[in-house]
Design a protein around this ligand. Structure first.
Ligand SMILES: *[C@@H]1O[C@H](CO)[C@@H](O)[C@H](O)[C@H]1NC(C)=O
Ligand SMILES: *[C@@H]1O[C@H](CO)[C@@H](O)[C@H](O)[C@H]1NC(C)=O
Ligand SMILES: *[C@@H]1O[C@H](CO)[C@@H](O)[C@H](O)[C@H]1NC(C)=O
Ligand SMILES: *[C@@H]1O[C@H](CO)[C@@H](O)[C@H](O)[C@H]1NC(C)=O
Length: 378
């Protein structure tokens, strides 16, 4: 049997009183807790704000430091050369024949044609009137490759050399592979003849029938990369002596006498100041010469315009069109990846006065437009 307990009125009052007391106590405790939390919250807030402030100040100081410290750019660049990217791993083999990729390459050609029409207004320079010291011919592969320094060009030469050797059943020479960027004149003309070395008729035949390709990159990046490579990172004294001294002379600034003699320590700002100087010699050295001058893309219709920014897929696409196995891309090596220059680039360009920057944009204006790069990005 279940016993149902019944309460007297007094008992009920007693319980109610206890309940009220309990409620009051709870409310009081809650009040105290809230007060403590408010104090704690304030402390936390102050602490957080303090941390944010400290971070902001430290960030400011560090970025100021990089800009003002004279050679920090140089030091960073040196460090960055040592870091290697993961190279061509992770390439999707199925990338070739992909409709979208095909469209990308077609769009690049269309843009180029449109801009060529704008620039030349139907009067493009004829092949006969031009020089092609940068267009490499390979009769076995039936290709013309316009070699653009600072856009993986040594890597391409290496690949072409190996592919050619394979087709000839010759074992490629390790020495040539290793020193391809400084290959001596005699070997250069043997392994990498240029279009200039052919008669007019032979030139025309090759232009008509061979696969023509080149690789480009954002002109801002290429110019900066050329600067780092030739004036900062290089142990090659000749380059600085030949160009650095000349540049110092041209810009007419106070330069430490030692630097004036050796051509050392030229800054990016000074380099750009030289490039846009009205009395600089033309054409430019090939490392910073305009694509339009190096490759004449309005007179030679390139079948493939590869880009450094999408190197992995563009290389596979090109190899496929050349009739080579995609695994040949392993011979391009990992050396073409210097993506870390990307972080230094805006800092470097910030040191360039606006006036010079605008002149630079004009100087490379055709390159930006022909290949779809944005000169307003800096
Ligand atoms: C790629 O584009 C070319 C035109 O340039 C066209 O002839 C070809 O059929 C296209 N290939 C694919 C796979 O879409
Ligand atoms: C200038 O270049 C020389 C040689 O590379 C170097 O020894 C020297 O420290 C540089 N000067 C400055 C101010 O960095
Ligand atoms: C590429 O693949 C082919 C077979 O498809 C093979 O014979 C060749 O050795 C490979 N080359 C490299 C560099 O892996
Ligand atoms: C070029 O870059 C600027 C600055 O980043 C941007 O505002 C502009 O939309 C870009 N133009 C194109 C065509 O991408």
């Amino acid at each position: 049997m279940v016993q149902i307990k019944t309460y007297t009125v007094a008992e009920r009052r007693q319980t109610n009183r206890l309940k009220v007391q309990l409620l009051r106590k709870t409310v009081r405790l809650l009040g105290i807790l809230l007060k403590k939390m408010a104090i704690l919250g304030k402390t936390c807030m102050v602490f957080l704000l303090g941390m944010i402030l400290i971070c902001a100040v430290m960030y400011y100081i560090s970025s100021e430091y990089h800009i003002t410290k004279k050679y920090s750019l140089l030091e960073q660049a040196k460090e960055n050369t040592n870091s290697k990217d993961d190279g061509v791993d992770g390439i999707e083999k199925g990338v070739v024949g992909n409709q979208k990729l095909n469209e990308t390459f077609n769009d690049r050609k269309k843009l180029l044609e449109t801009v060529c029409d704008e620039i030349y207004n139907g009067h493009r320079p004829s092949i006969k009137s031009l020089k092609f010291p940068n267009i490499i011919v390979n009769d076995k592969l039936k290709i013309l490759y316009c070699k653009v320094p600072k856009v993986a060009c040594s890597n391409w030469l290496r690949l072409l050399y190996i592919a050619d050797a394979k087709l000839s059943n010759i074992t490629p020479s390790d020495k040539i592979i290793e020193t391809i960027h400084i290959i001596e004149e005699g070997l250069r003309t043997k392994y990498f003849p240029t279009l200039d070395m052919y008669s007019n008729q032979d030139k025309q035949y090759r232009i008509r029938n061979y696969l023509k390709f080149t690789f480009v990159r954002d002109p801002f990046e290429r110019i900066f990369s050329a600067y780092l490579n030739k004036f900062v990172k290089t142990p090659d004294m000749h380059f600085r002596k030949d160009f650095g001294v000349e540049m110092y002379r041209l810009i007419n600034e106070d330069v430490p006498p030692d630097d004036f003699k050796t051509g050392d320590n030229i800054t990016f700002r000074q380099f750009i100041k030289t490039l846009v100087h009205p009395r600089i010699g033309r054409p430019f050295n090939e490392h910073w010469q305009q694509y339009a001058e190096l490759c004449h893309p309005c007179s030679i219709k390139y079948d493939i315009i590869g880009k450094y920014e999408t190197m992995d897929t563009d290389v596979l696409y090109t190899l496929n069109k050349m009739g080579l196995d995609g695994n040949m891309s392993s011979f391009l090596g990992q050396r073409y990846k210097h993506s870390n220059t990307k972080e230094l680039l805006p800092k470097a360009y910030k040191t360039v006065p606006k006036d010079d920057l605008n002149k630079l944009k004009a100087l490379y204006g055709a390159d930006f437009r022909l290949f779809g790069y944005n000169s307003s990005s800096l």
